[in-house]
Design a protein around this ligand. Structure first.
Ligand SMILES: N[C@@H](CCC(=O)N[C@@H](CS)C(=O)NCC(=O)O)C(=O)O
Length: 249
């Protein structure tokens, strides 16, 4: 459903209300998760490329969308401000479209929220810190130790997800129902294997998670999203980095 806006409409900052979703992103950055969800929902959106090579995400215009200067941003029709934070965007989209999440009255709602926040606040957060340890620790001699310590936390996080899959019986994290959490966790598994911690973690120790990832990558909407993010091959079970300068972290 991606339809690029005409060139003249590609300003980063849109202060006027938008008529349809506008996703701001860069290949294989956290916008990948949002794009997979938009494609699964089958809603129309425009994609606004952000050039990470020139740090466009730190520009004044972009910071009007997200003061942190981070990707992604989703501008949403009818909302009085752009959305940022991947987890919040997923929660918002699933609720707005009444799909890819248990209903508010469902007995699985709490479990869904718990894992969605775990992915956002803990797993994804540790992962992005591990990609840029220098931002958090000035002492260069300890960077590797810090990154390895984070990877231990990340590996433990994946084992928690594996245990939940064992409890629910799969095929998805919550059991029979496919949710945005499945999409988010597969993206985290992808990035862990190929960026920053390359060669130090893979899906061999989490077979249920591997099966979930394998199912996910057969879905047409997911394949479409990955194509648009310039991701080649099997994105989760045999991931290859996007070969573009500036990607990712
Ligand atoms: N907590 C944020 C993290 C977003 C984030 O770290 N985005 C990365 C790309 S994956 C980014 O913008 N990096 C560029 C930079 O740090 O300047 C979220 O979940 O959206």
């Amino acid at each position: 459903m991606n339809q690029c806006p005409p060139a003249g409409d590609r300003q980063l900052s849109s202060e006027a209300a938008v008529a349809r979703y506008r996703l701001h992103g860069s290949p294989d950055s956290a916008n990948l998760v949002v794009r997979m969800v938009l494609e699964e929902l089958g809603v129309a959106y425009d994609y606004v490329p952000v050039d990470r090579l020139t740090s466009q995400q730190k520009s004044e215009a972009y910071r009007r969308l997200n003061p942190q200067g981070l990707i992604p941003v989703l501008e949403v029709p009818g909302q009085d401000a752009p959305l940022f934070e991947t987890g919040a965007i997923l929660l918002y989209l699933a609720d707005r479209h009444g799909a890819l999440a248990p209903e508010k009255t469902s007995s699985a709602r709490g479990r869904y929220l718990k894992w969605l926040f775990f992915l956002s606040n803990t797993l994804h957060s540790d992962l992005r810190i591990s990609f840029k340890v220098g931002r958090y620790l000035p002492d260069e001699t300890r960077h590797q130790l810090f990154a390895d310590t984070l990877l231990e936390r990340i590996s433990a996080g994946f084992l928690h997800l594996e245990a939940e899959l064992e409890t629910t019986g799969g095929p998805w994290l919550l059991g029979p129902d496919f949710t945005v959490a499945d999409i988010y966790l597969a993206a985290c598994a992808r990035w862990t294997q190929i960026y920053g911690n390359k060669g130090k973690w893979d899906l061999s120790g989490t077979p249920r998670l591997r099966a979930l990832c394998a199912s996910l990558e057969t879905r047409p909407a997911i394949r479409r999203a990955c194509d648009q993010e310039l991701i080649e091959g099997l994105p989760f079970t045999q991931p290859k980095p996007v070969s573009l300068p500036g990607v990712t972290g």
